[in-house]
Design a protein around this ligand. Structure first.
Ligand code: ZN
Length: 443
């Protein structure tokens, strides 16, 4: 039996500056399970583990394909494969298709596809990652979910040495993965495995990724100076998101498929803020256009300073809906969004219409309890959900009182056991935010 105690501790903090957290690396995340193999002729491929994702890739000038999954002995319908947000000339790669714990899959590729391969990936049920492959302390002074926080297995990073160049362009992508994913960190680990190992880039292709709630994730490794995407001199690490135009080009991907739906408001807002911050830092005019010059080989291309992937290459990325929003997103990044209508007469207090922003989520543990803390940028309630694995239902604390510093103790836990958790805060008008999923391990 489990019991939960909602102990309210108001964190003494009046400083809104950077909070440096030094915490033990959260227990888990699980090791990534993956099996890659050639595929042909709609062969049924059994999986030794529940399938979270399947990716398909092949050589040739053709595109597309389809996948279907088997659950409990029954085959589902064929689903067209989306395109990965990172494409390379002469090869085609699907985005990761969601398997929902399937036990087998079948793949169809078009005539003309050569050397087709598929990979089944599970980033949620593997054994706990060993300390040998990850750093033991995860120190983060940023609001960005850095690699050790989302659980990057650094042994999969095989590229190098890194090169750094001044940033010239900011390029927007989508990942082509499923919308509404409930565990963005698990999606991050899957994209990482797929792009680093199966697609052969040695690392995740993008510099930054943004989930639907607006949390920003560190993508490609850029050194250990705590400044994602940059070296100590402020130059940008060369990643792998636009073939032929990667050096000095920052890749930002929204997690999801934005061909026929708009980005979620939190994701769009974070994209605009990140573009604004990067364009200010690198003195890039968000609404300007200029000739990009590849600092390695001199290749040139005239392109908008804030571009979509399709401005560089023949690709659907970043999705029609997101691409159509780029002019407005550039305006927001430039800080020149049309001024809001004049405020109504000041008879009421200003209306709060934005959800709280959750930062500094952390957990400390004893053998049978965990204390979870976080901060919000406005007064809000807080609650914590936890579960043993993703197949267990969430158990939730009740809401605490309105505050900016939140802390809850969860009791009745089993010792030396990993739990997943996430936190939710709701402001007075009722707007709420939920964090990414983190994990801790009891002692
Ligand atoms: Zn792309």
């Amino acid at each position: 039996m489990r019991f939960l105690t909602g102990v309210m501790l108001v964190l003494v903090s009046t400083v809104t500056g950077a909070v440096v957290e030094a915490r033990e690396r959260p227990a888990g995340p699980p090791e990534t399970l993956a099996t890659q193999r050639p595929v042909s002729g709609e062969e049924a491929v059994e999986s030794a583990f529940p399938i979270d994702f399947v990716g398909v890739y092949y050589d040739g000038e053709v595109t597309g394909g389809a996948v279907r999954f088997r659950h409990d002995g029954r085959w589902g319908t064929w689903v067209d494969l989306e395109e990965d947000g990172v494409e390379v000339d002469g090869r085609w790669a699907s985005a990761l298709a969601p398997g929902a714990d399937a036990d087998a899959y079948q793949v169809r590729v078009p005539r003309g596809a050569r050397s087709a391969r598929a990979v089944a990936i599970n980033t949620t049920d593997g054994p706990e990652a060993t300390a040998a492959t990850t750093s033991t302390v995860c120190t983060d002074a940023t609001s960005i979910v850095i690699r050790c926080e989302w659980g990057a297995d650094e042994s999969l990073m095989t590229w190098g040495p890194p090169q750094y160049f001044p940033a010239q362009k900011l390029t927007v992508h989508h990942t082509g993965t499923v919308n509404g994913a409930t565990d963005p960190a698990a999606t991050m680990r899957a994209i990482y495995r797929y792009q680093a190992v199966d697609r052969g880039f040695g690392d995740i292709g993008y510099h930054y990724l943004i989930d639907e709630a607006g949390l920003i994730y560190e993508g490609r490794h850029s050194g250990d100076d705590g400044d994602p995407a940059h070296d100590a001199a402020g130059n940008v690490v060369t990643a792998a998101h636009v073939g032929g135009f990667n050096s000095g080009n920052v890749g930002i991907a929204l997690i999801g498929t934005l061909t026929s739906v708009d980005p979620q408001p939190g994701a769009r807002s974070s994209l605009e803020q990140l573009l604004k911050q990067l364009s200010t830092r690198h003195k890039i005019d968000p609404r300007g256009s200029s000739v990009y010059v590849n600092p390695v080989n001199g290749t040139m291309r005239a392109v908008a300073n804030i571009s979509g992937h399709r401005d560089w290459a023949a690709t659907e990325c970043p999705g029609g809906n997101l691409y159509a929003l780029l002019p407005a997103i550039r305006d927001a990044a430039a800080g020149t969004i049309s001024p809001p209508p004049p405020p109504p007469p000041p008879t009421t207090t200003p209306t709060d219409t934005t959800p709280p922003v959750i930062t500094a989520v952390a957990a400390s543990t004893t053998s049978n309890s965990a204390t979870v803390s976080w901060t919000t940028d406005e007064m809000s309630t807080g609650s914590v959900e936890d579960r043993r694995t993703k197949t267990n239902p969430w158990t939730s604390t009740s809401d605490g009182p309105l505050t900016r510093g939140h802390s809850f103790m969860i009791g009745g836990l089993t010792s030396r056991t990993s739990y997943q958790y996430r936190v939710t805060s709701k402001d007075e008008p009722g707007y709420s935010s939920t964090s990414a999923i983190f994990s801790f391990k009891t002692r």
